[in-house]
Every structure is written in structure tokens, then in C-alpha cells.
Design a protein around this ligand. Structure first.
Ligand code: COA
Length: 167
């Protein structure tokens, strides 16, 4: 019987602004790791957003979340088109989290545009855990800005970083 060629490791890209990373994002990454051998979390430079945290701060916060998984999770920064980045990195999929039906229209549009641009890259949607469907980075920033408690929404090092920003 002829031997099958070795399977190429599966690689996915999870992109966003991550200002800051939340427990909802972490949940999506952990679930993507059940499907892919490696996940690249990439911070997209977004001209339409003025982030609270610098790129370096966001990279550090994400890395700290996954210190035990450095073999399988990479943190990177990108500009330009996500599909071009994914192709350059040898990824076959873009991971997106769906929190509610309200995310669907935008996500479908994004997935279709990305597919039009690059047919080799598929978008894989993961439903956010029920506990996180209400969560977004701007909501977390808002809670912190007004002195609210962000524990349970973000990891402890992110909570500390938020406290520092709004001292
Ligand atoms: N848990 C918690 N929050 C979540 C979440 C989850 N599972 N999924 C999404 N969110 C939140 C994010 O925190 C973000 O909150 P904010 O608006 O308060 O900052 C919001 O939902 C939107 O997130 P996302 O859809 O990831 O938007 P983004 O602006 O961070 O990134 C991309 C959008 C993917 C388009 C951008 O990152 C990108 O890749 N740009 C490259 C250019 C490109 O290729 N564009 C598409 C082709 S036209």
C-alpha cells in the first residue's frame, strides 16, 4: 500500500484590534486550537480606530495570555489586507468569532469579500461562548474608564493594565 504524504500542519489567522484582548477573544483562540495545529493572532492596524493601548502593549498582553502555548500560538502585527497576510503566512483559514445575530451581516460580507479576493482562504466562524456574547473591547474600556471592575471580563494582567491607564 502506498504511503500517504505527510499532512501539512494546519494554520489559521485570527485578526482583530485587541484593544485590549478579552476573555471572549481567548475563548475563540482556545477553541480554534482544537481545529488547527497553529493559530496566528495578528493585530491589524486599523486607521478607523484610535487604540487606547499601543501595538507593543497589545502584543505583550496577548503573549502573556498564551505563555504555555508558544509553540502553537504566534502573536504578530499586520497592515494591509488580511487575506494577503494569511496567504503570505501559509494559512488556509481565517477564524472569526460570532457573538450574536447582529454580527452576522457584517461577518458574511467580510467573508465573501475575502473569498472574492482569495479563494484559497476559507473563513471559519466559531460561536462565542454564551458567557461572552455581550463582550467587546470598547465595553471593557468603558467599564475601566469609569472605575468599574473588569475582573471576569479580561485576564488579571489586562485588568491591571487598564487600571494603570485610568489612574
Ligand atoms: N469576544 C469579545 N469581543 C469580540 C469578539 C469576541 N469573541 N469578537 C469580536 N469582538 C469585538 C472586538 O473586541 C471589537 O470590539 P471594539 O469594536 O469594541 O474594538 C469588535 O468586536 C469588532 O471586532 P472585529 O470584528 O475583530 O474588528 P476589528 O476592527 O478588531 O478587526 C478586521 C476587523 C478583521 C477587518 C481587521 O482586523 C482586519 O483584519 N483588517 C485588515 C484589512 C482587511 O483585510 N479588511 C477586510 C477586507 S475589506
Amino acid at each position: 500500500m502506498s504511503k500517504l504524504p505527510p499532512r501539512r500542519p494546519t494554520l489559521a489567522v485570527y485578526s482583530g484590534t485587541f484593544d485590549p484582548i478579552t476573555n471572549g477573544h481567548i475563548d475563540i483562540v482556545q477553541r480554534a486550537m482544537h481545529l488547527f495545529d497553529k493559530v496566528i493572532i495578528t493585530i491589524a492596524r486599523n486607521a478607523n480606530k484610535t487604540p487606547l493601548f499601543s501595538l507593543e502593549e497589545r502584543v505583550d498582553m496577548i503573549r502573556t495570555c498564551f505563555l504555555d502555548e508558544t509553540e502553537r500560538i504566534e502573536v504578530d502585527v499586520m497592515s494591509g489586507l488580511l487575506v494577503e497576510y494569511a496567504t503570505r503566512r501559509g494559512a488556509t483559514a481565517i477564524v472569526r468569532g460570532l457573538r450574536a445575530v447582529s454580527d452576522f451581516d457584517y461577518e458574511m460580507q467580510l467573508a465573501l469579500v475575502n473569498r472574492k479576493l482569495e479563494r484559497q482562504i476559507d473563513t471559519v466562524f466559531l460561536m462565542a461562548g454564551l458567557r461572552w456574547v455581550f463582550l467587546s473591547s470598547s465595553m471593557v474600556r468603558d467599564v475601566a474608564r469609569h472605575g468599574g471592575d473588569t475582573s471576569g471580563l479580561v485576564p488579571s494582567h489586562v485588568r491591571a493594565a487598564l487600571k494603570n491607564k485610568f489612574l
